[in-house]
Design a binder for this molecule. Structure first.
Ligand SMILES: Nc1ncnc2c1ncn2[C@@H]1O[C@H](COP(=O)(O)OP(=O)(O)OP(=O)(O)O)[C@@H](O)[C@H]1O
Ligand SMILES: [Mg+2]
Length: 228
């Protein structure tokens, strides 16, 4: 089975002054080895969906199955572990820790998993080298450009070798040419056992995915199922 994530009848309702049904019984399977882009108007539920996939938020109804195991959303400590081991997350604002250097930001999630410090540092350095930022290793986030911060955020998301990579408008705050560089890196992270899903408003970047999805009326619509 190539399915890494299965969504079964996933619904999400938010209760503001009035009830809004953001996700409406979504059934969808995401395969490993594929890159998916998620488009859709502002407010259509892209972030809501990604937050459920990363177990940061829970669905109102339905089930999320990762690696053939149904997620129990009330078991937050187990879910935190699954997230640390299996899922890398990249946001629009990179939310790097301001008081830690680029290198520290990258290796901290590895330490948090209980890995050896020396090995974590070595691994972080290797990843930072791959994204071409060795010279910035000891810089603090405030000393990095937007594109550099986002590349460090990608490195941080990769440190625990996740087989699921979720990115929510990862280049939303970057200019077009810097965004292109970041997307090149993201696209090159495609691997046989890895699933990559990113939300974007940019059609050009959406087209770089193997499979283009759109959130429409609370559901996922496949724009194309092109398999590379
Ligand atoms: N925590 C929350 N409480 C109440 N309503 C929420 C919450 N989070 C999201 N919503 C609502 O759910 C809807 C979907 O929001 P979401 O952030 O998923 O959209 P999006 O597709 O990511 O939009 P954008 O492209 O602007 O990022 C919006 O109407 C939003 O106001
Ligand atoms: Mg969003």
């Amino acid at each position: 089975m190539n399915n890494l994530i299965n969504l079964k009848n996933i619904s999400k309702t938010f209760l503001n002054e009035k009830k809004i049904l953001v996700l409406k019984k979504i059934n969808y399977s995401f395969s490993k080895g594929k890159v998916y882009s998620l488009m859709g108007p502002s407010g259509s539920g892209k972030s809501t969906l990604l937050n459920i996939l990363s177990m940061i938020d829970k669905p109102s109804k339905g089930s999320l199955i990762i690696d053939n195991k149904e997620i129990n959303f009330s078991n937050t400590s187990i879910n935190d572990k699954i997230r640390s081991k299996k899922i890398g997350i990249i946001y629009q604002q990179n939310n790097l820790l301001p008081d830690f250097t680029a290198l520290e930001n990258v290796y901290l999630p590895s330490l948090a998993l209980g890995n050896n410090r020396k090995k974590s540092i070595e691994k972080a350095k290797t990843i930072i080298k791959k994204i071409g930022l060795s010279a910035r290793e000891n810089h603090y986030p405030s000393e990095l450009s937007g594109g550099e911060m986002q590349r460090i955020a990608i490195a941080r998301a990769l440190i625990n070798e996740p087989n699921i990579l979720l990115a929510d408008e990862p280049t939303g705050s970057l200019d077009q040419s810097t965004a292109k560089d970041v997307f090149k890196i993201l696209k090159n992270l495609k691997e046989k056992n890895r699933l990559i899903i990113y939300a974007t408003h940019n059609r050009f970047f959406a087209n770089m995915a193997d499979c283009k999805l759109e959130m429409i009326d609370g559901n996922i619509k496949t724009i194309n199922g092109r398999i590379k």
